[in-house]
Ligand binder design. Structure first.
Ligand code: AGP
Length: 617
């Protein structure tokens, strides 16, 4: 999704904006640009299709000066990735500049009306329409104070808009003022010493400050030399909470790894320890989750659970369904968030909804949260980004504390989401029927997982060799049973999104219901077949594939060496209780997709067409 960063202060703005854009690259983009206001308040506008490096070269050639500016990375929604369609966009006068994240749904009628008034457009974007709209209100105003005039023009322009936006606007007549506004697309203010920042997310700010103000929907913020003010879209003072970002610039750095994705795969022993830290009580043999904001009585009255999320978060929710039903015996259903928001799901007072989201900004998941709350349901969040929109609008929840995940492909946040759902299963299970002995055994098994992941990571070279063997496969099938079926889906998603090999995930038994028609020598099948109650069933399915000359890669438990006789490659994971298997069996699949993508020369951290946080519908 698009990235925004703005700066007002005493330092030269262009290096700050370029560095901020670089830290927002992971959000996904296809063009970039910036507008600077020089010492003489002249406007310098530079924008280019392609990577930020292209913009950097153009900026260095022009060497624009200026201590205030706004910049943007664009993920194309309306109009191809071209120089003209890149942001910032200008109004008719060329004096107003605007960057925007989101979708203006009614941009066409607005554009037609503006054209009738004589406006001429240079791009096909919805954003340029908003720039002309705000510029028109600015030019028509008789307000003498430039800052007030710009704020009023932004308010008036946004009042005409249907859709979502996170914007930053500046005007030549008030070059030391940035006006920002949000509805549905995140914006956060960075509070520096004598300088202020405005960005789409905190990763662009932590190099300068960890003190931030997260804007809410309908907030309007004004940054100037004198500081910042936040009002509602009608101009009333808005409540402001200063938050402290819970990670540093170093945490978000790539370190010695070739890609963020590999770094984040290797971070999983530590990120899981963070997810569990302080949340396992041996005295009570249960999980301790203070953020749920629910009493034991309220928790006991929960008689149905709905879990919603998108993509990887949805796969974690699917694991959660098995966990809640097996550990706590609570009927649980999972729904893709974008489907839940339109489904008229029957609920009653005992239904509890969880939404799962790494970014806490996914618009479909946010919509599912709001739909649940509209129905009067309590809705809790399982979120990574602290103070994100979903975290703030939930009735409580659990932070997964995975730290910043920069690679577009979710890895450590999947295992941390599953770990938190396991804690919830333990908590609800101990409220209902699990004994303290059961609880202590589960705690012991959970605490062993980080070291067990370390054991799996030692097989990276072996997994790399397997990946290189199949790097030119026409497609890949991933199979698993029970709570390893969601792991099969997750393994297929990883393979698809970073190596671009078409891959699909299936319950192993579904093979004979159609999938097996795809089996052939250049279509490898990956079976997640740990040592559990359905191991023999998986073996039968493997035999079915082998009989049709399909290559087989198996992920199984140490000791089940019989699989070596009937497969091409076996990756072993340490022994663990069935309910914890996904935390281990997913690791080889993450590495398999990573090394396959590297072998294919793909852009592992910024795969084509994808964004890290999907804030448009
Ligand atoms: C997973 O690798 C993808 N990056 C994507 O499916 C992601 O899980 C999905 O967009 C949900 O994102 P969220 O967890 O931030 O809500």
């Amino acid at each position: 999704m698009c990235g925004i960063i703005g700066y007002i202060g005493k330092r030269q703005a262009s290096p700050i904006l370029l560095d901020g854009l670089r830290r927002l690259e992971y959000r996904g983009y296809d063009s970039a640009g910036m507008a600077l206001f020089g010492a003489g308040h002249q406007l310098e506008l530079v924008k280019r299709a392609g990577r930020i490096e292209t913009l950097r070269k153009a900026v260095s050639d022009l060497n624009p000066q200026g201590t205030s500016g706004i910049s943007h990375t664009r993920w194309a929604t309306h109009g191809a990735p071209t120089d003209e369609n890149a942001h910032p966009h200008q109004d008719s006068s060329g004096k107003l500049v605007l960057v925007h994240n989101g979708v203006i749904e009614n941009y066409q009628p607005l554009r037609d009306h503006l054209i009738e008034e004589g406006h001429v457009f240079e791009s096909q974007t919805d954003t340029e329409v908003l720039a002309h709209l705000i510029g028109r209100f600015f030019d028509a105003s008789d307000e003498a104070d430039g800052e007030k005039r710009l704020i009023a023009a932004v308010q008036a322009g946004l009042a005409k808009v249907k859709g979502t936006y996170g914007i930053a606007a500046m005007h030549v007549d008030v070059p030391d003022v940035i006006v920002g506004a949000r509805l549905g697309s995140p914006l956060v203010v960075g509070l520096g010493k004598g300088e202020h920042f405005l960005a789409s997310d905190v990763s662009a700010l932590v190099a300068h400050t960890r003190d931030v103000v997260y804007l809410n929907d309908y907030d309007i913020v004004t940054l100037s030399d004198g500081g910042y003010t936040v009002t509602s879209h009608e101009g009333r003072p808005a409540s402001v909470t200063i938050s402290r970002v819970d990670f540093t610039e170093d945490d978000a750095d790539i370190g010695e790894f070739p890609h963020y994705m590999l770094k984040e795969i290797y971070e999983q022993p530590a990120s899981l320890q963070n997810a569990l830290r302080g949340r396992l009580s041996r005295d009570e043999a249960t999980a301790v989750l203070g953020g749920l904001n629910m009493t034991p009585q309220e928790l006991r009255n929960v008689d149905r659970i709905i879990l919603s999320g998108c993509g990887t978060a949805f796969h974690a929710a699917m694991v959660g369904e098995y966990l809640m039903e097996s550990m706590a015996r609570i009927p649980t259903e999972v729904e893709i968030a974008s489907e839940f928001r339109y489904r008229n799901v029957p609920t009653d007072k005992g239904t509890l909804q969880f939404v799962i989201s790494q970014s806490g900004e996914t618009i479909d998941t946010l919509a599912a949260l709001r739909e649940a709350k509209r129905k009067g349901m309590r809705c809790l969040g399982v979120v990574n980004n602290v103070a994100s929109t979903i975290a703030r609008e939930s009735d409580g929840g659990v932070y997964i504390h995975a730290g910043p995940e920069v690679g577009v492909a979710a890895t450590k946040t999947f295992t941390s989401q599953v770990a938190v759902l396991t804690l919830l299963g333990l908590l609800f299970g101990r409220i209902h029927h699990l004994s303290s002995v059961d609880g202590l055994e589960m705690i012991d098994a959970l605490e062993a997982i980080p070291d067990q992941i370390r054991e799996i990571l030692k097989q990276a070279d072996k997994i790399k060799a397997i990946a290189e063997k199949h790097a030119n496969a026409e497609g890949m099938l991933f199979m698993g049973r029970q709570l390893n079926y969601p792991v099969a889906l997750e393994g297929a998603l990883k393979m698809k999104e970073i190596s671009y090999i078409y891959a699909s995930g299936h319950p192993s038994a579904e093979l004979k219901h159609g999938v097996i028609a795809l089996v052939k020598p250049d279509m490898p099948s990956v079976f997640i077949a740990p040592d559990d109650a359905v191991f023999d069933k998986n073996v039968s399915n493997i035999e079915e594939v082998r009989a049709r000359k399909g290559p087989v890669i198996a992920v199984t438990t140490v000791g089940r060496t019989e699989l070596e006789r009937i497969t091409d490659d076996v990756i072993y994971v340490p022994e663990c209780p069935t309910f914890l298997a996904p935390l281990l069996t997913v690791i080889p699949l993450q590495l398999l997709s990573y090394y396959t993508a590297v072998a294919r020369g793909c852009d592992v951290d910024k795969p084509r067409n994808l964004a890290k946080s999907v804030t448009v519908e």
